[in-house]
Design a protein around this ligand. Structure first.
Ligand code: ATP
Length: 312
């Protein structure tokens, strides 16, 4: 479990993390979302004990690790993908890490298999691709079989097979009772991987909820109805606070009523229904809606798409 309590981090004038509190529970994957510069990496670095908070506290697995990092069996960390510049092979790199942390060489071979690096375990790490480096980083994070893992953009640089592998691995870690806290900008991937979400914007907590609730809160829950009796159904449904727009002649889009309600009214009036669909926002749409005011680095729409402006 990770408990973050009133956590703040100031870099000079910049308050990168501003009084953030949340709890990451074991047994499920928790996604950590926020626009660029929101403070995700800074928060993760403080959880990992690599940055000292300006204020507030972090408790990992019921213990405080103030000045030193949590032991490998407690907390496994993958922070921003950095190439490991070493002439060592992947296996020797992990063996060295294992020796300094009292981890057995048997575990080294286990994690090599777990991350799918068996065929290149003897290859120099310096020549690894970004995706192979990510897998090695995950292997290092899992070496101590930690109760809690904190991974910053673990799917970064992975090919589709690698992204699927990462999703499966994170879910299986969570299913085994581990605490899994993962940042990502890949919204569709997060929607498939995480059960809960912590969302920050400009250093402040914006949401701490389940993925389902987060999406439900953002979407207007429009119901699409397909019926050959669209105009009759419209007359039966229309009421104050109910908005009905027509798509094709046999399609109505209804805001303000549930699918059950619409289905029941149609059934009572003996109107045939060919389709009744609740239109839910995607996680990406929900995220954009929630964070649109807290995007710090925004591209201008009319000018050069490569130009970035910093909002005041
Ligand atoms: N060492 C540092 N010195 C000064 N400012 C920093 C430092 N590290 C981070 N910042 C600033 O703190 C803010 C939060 O940065 P952080 O890297 O935590 O955001 P992020 O949410 O991880 O962003 P991204 O999604 O782009 O990785 C940014 O404005 C960043 O410029």
């Amino acid at each position: 479990m990770i408990e973050v309590k009133n956590l703040s981090k100031r870099y000079g004038e910049k308050l990168a993390v501003d009084g953030v509190s949340f709890v990451v529970h074991p047994g499920m994957v928790t996604g950590f979302l926020g626009p660029n510069g929101a403070g995700k990496s800074t928060t993760m670095r403080m959880i990992a004990g690599l940055d000292r908070p300006t204020a507030g506290d972090v408790v990992v697995n019921d213990r405080r690790y103030r000045s030193c990092r949590a032991p490998m069996a407690e907390l496994g960390v993958l922070l921003e993908a950095k190439a490991v510049h070493t002439g060592r092979s992947a296996r020797n790199h992990l063996l060295a890490l294992a020796q300094t942390n009292g981890v057995s060489s048997k575990r080294v071979d286990e994690v090599i298999d777990l991350v799918g690096l068996r065929s290149v375990a003897g290859t120099r790490v310096g020549g690894f691709s970004l995706g192979m480096g990510q897998r090695l980083g995950v292997a290092s994070a899992l070496l101590g079989n930690p109760q809690t893992v904190v991974l910053d953009e673990p799917s970064n640089g992975l090919d589709p097979e690698g992204v699927l592998w990462m999703r499966t691995m994170l879910k299986s870690l969570a299913a085994d009772g581990h605490t899994v806290f993962v940042s990502s900008h890949l919204m569709s991937e997060m929607a498939q991987t995480a059960t809960r979400l912590v969302v920050i914007g400009r250093g402040k907590l914006m949401a701490d909820t389940t993925v389902a609730e987060f999406i439900a809160r953002a979407s207007a829950s429009t119901v699409t109805v397909r019926t050959p009796e669209a105009s009759r159904l419209r007359e039966l449904l229309i009421a104050p606070d109910i908005t009905i727009s027509a798509g094709q002649p046999d399609v109505l889009h209804v805001d303000g009523l549930t699918a059950q309600h619409i289905g029941t009214i149609a059934w009572q009036a003996h109107l045939p229904i060919y389709e009744l669909t609740v239109q839910q926002a995607s996680l990406e749409q929900a995220f954009m809606e929630l964070t649109s005011d807290s995007i710090e680095y925004r591209t201008t729409t009319s000018a050069d798409p490569h130009t970035e402006t910093v909002a005041s």
